[in-house]
Design a protein around this ligand. Structure first.
Ligand code: PHE
Ligand code: NA
Length: 500
């Protein structure tokens, strides 16, 4: 049997984990989330969530991967024969995410090319939906392929699968060593330009202005936990997989702190950059900053191009740098999600990495073509909403309850991490994982189910984004449920070797 792959260095692992964590969520999710949930005051629940859930769970997942030396299904199986399916469930959620995350990177790739001539023109919204995405069909219909999306999408997959094909050390590690420093440099250039734009200070004031009354609202705490989970790529099998390639002697706890704070620093930097340019835009249009705040696809592909148009100089260059940073941040995250199922397939079916990349990555790539059609955006939106809402909070909750309460593994993990790490884990760690995180995630799940299930099926207008019941049923719930069902089926199939 082939020896298990290993990172070439500690820095290589940290860069790869940071590369997974730093993604579109930092750039377009954090700034808007913080703004809407108390601005400067949001940092209190945010830091609390980082220290009681984010970093403790990172340490736990690093320990699981390192201790059991396997992808998520292996780690869960080694904890208990009955829980392998949870590992597959996490892997399948990662699989689904990879099918549309790749598409957003493809858009960013197109837009970095459009930057050269500012092709989006004055009406950036019409350009995105009509000209670029050509969204002319009803939700649930595909229409034809959009070559403008299809071609960069194929390039994205060729790059990512090519890197994974080369392996952990020669592929993933080297790519992150190049992409992450480049991303940091590009982002610093953008942020420096942003904060020196006229109006930037008003934007920053709006961003940091603390609304302390917001902290009393549970919704703000839920938003903080949600952001931390998504942003640190926790509960998606990713960090378990990456840490399974760590050498025997390594510092788990310290690594988790570096990755956790590294990701949050990048988030803060993105918040500063985004709100500086929003302040600039508001001052150009002579409106208050809160009228121009946006997040997600709208921020990146509608608002940003419009702001780039207004830049005093070097518009094309800054447009290119911005979209290139999205591409780099996205590619390193996509590599990490894709690696979860490549590793799962290698471990379970004892096939070569090359075959796993070809089969697993190939399947994801083929499915992703759905999102490169004229109706692609609707599918993408539905899958994203459901997988994120239910995937992350749900798996995270099951994961901590299982480890802390059902299998009672915390003590064992604690001594495993303590043996090899500088920082000793104490009651902070066990209380965070055993008590605080389950309570917050449990509350999150209950309110999510209430919000989506009860309201949505009761009325026709209550659906997410006003989509029809059938579309929500198949596009959203079906996908979310399929991840569990397929996970159980995979766990029931036989391991292709005697030594497991
Ligand atoms: N952590 C990534 C971000 O902040 C998002 C992500 C989530 C990536 C899940 C992979 C898997 O953008
Ligand atoms: Na992140």
């Amino acid at each position: 049997m082939e020896a298990r792959s290993q990172w070439g260095s500690r820095a290589g692992f940290i860069l790869a984990a940071v590369g997974s964590a730093v993604g579109l969520g930092n750039i377009w999710r954090f700034p808007a989330t913080a703004f809407e949930n108390g601005g400067g005051a949001f940092f209190i629940p945010y830091l609390f969530a980082l220290l009681t859930a984010g970093i403790p769970l990172l340490i736990m997942e690093f320990t699981m991967g390192h201790k059991y030396r396997g992808s998520a299904p292996v780690a869960y199986k080694k904890m208990s024969k009955k829980t392998e399916w949870i590992g597959w469930w996490a892997v399948l959620v990662a699989f689904v995410i990879s099918t549309y995350y790749s598409v957003i990177i493809a858009w960013a790739m197109s837009y970095s090319v459009f930057s050269f001539n500012l092709n989006w023109g004055a009406d950036t919204e019409t350009f995105l939906f009509n000209d670029y995405l050509n969204l002319t069909v009803a939700p649930g219909q595909t229409g034809g392929f959009e070559p403008g999306v299809l071609i960069p999408l194929l390039i994205v997959w060729a790059v990512v699968l090519g890197i994974l094909f080369r392996g952990v050390k020669k592929g993933i590690e080297i790519a992150n060593r190049i992409f992450i420093p480049s991303l940091v440099i590009i982002f610093l250039i953008i942020v420096i330009r942003a904060i020196t734009l006229p109006g930037a200070m008003e934007g920053l004031n709006a961003f940091f202005a603390p609304d302390f009354s917001s902290i009393a609202s549970p919704g703000v705490w839920v938003a903080a936990y949600g952001q931390i989970f998504f942003s640190l790529s926790i509960a998606f099998a990713i960090m378990i997989t990456y840490s399974s390639y760590l050498p025997k002697k390594t510092d788990l706890t310290n690594n988790a702190f570096i990755v956790g704070f590294g990701n949050s620093s990048f988030e803060l930097l993105a918040g500063i950059g985004v709100f500086s340019v929003l302040g600039f835009m508001a001052s150009q249009a002579n409106v208050p900053v809160d009228e121009v705040v946006a997040g997600g696809v709208g921020l990146a592909f509608v608002v940003f191009p419009a702001i780039i148009n207004e830049f005093p100089a070097l518009n094309e260059l800054f447009g290119f740098l911005f979209f290139a940073s999205l591409v780099l941040a996205g590619l390193t995250s996509l590599m990490s999600i894709t690696e979860t199922y490549v590793a799962g397939l290698v471990d379970k079916f004892k096939i070569s990495r090359a075959k796993a990349v070809l089969f697993g990555g190939g399947t994801a790539a083929v499915i992703s073509l759905l999102f490169a059609t004229q109706g692609g955006l609707f599918f993408l939106d539905a899958a994203d909403y459901f997988i994120n809402q239910f995937g992350v909070a749900f798996i995270g909750l099951v994961e901590v309850i299982l480890v802390a309460w059902v299998l009672r593994k915390l003590k064992e993990f604690q001594s495993h991490a303590n043996e090899i790490s500088d920082i000793r884990l104490g009651s902070w760690w066990t209380i965070s994982l055993g008590v605080i995180t389950p309570i917050v995630l449990g509350y999150m799940m209950i309110s999510l189910f209430k919000q989506n299930l009860l309201k949505e099926f009761a009325t026709d207008t209550g659906n997410y984004e006003g989509y029809t019941d059938t579309f929500i049923l198949f596009g959203g719930w079906f996908v979310a449920a399929a991840a569990i069902v397929v996970g159980v089926l995979l766990s029931l199939s036989k391991w292709n070797s005697s030594d497991d």
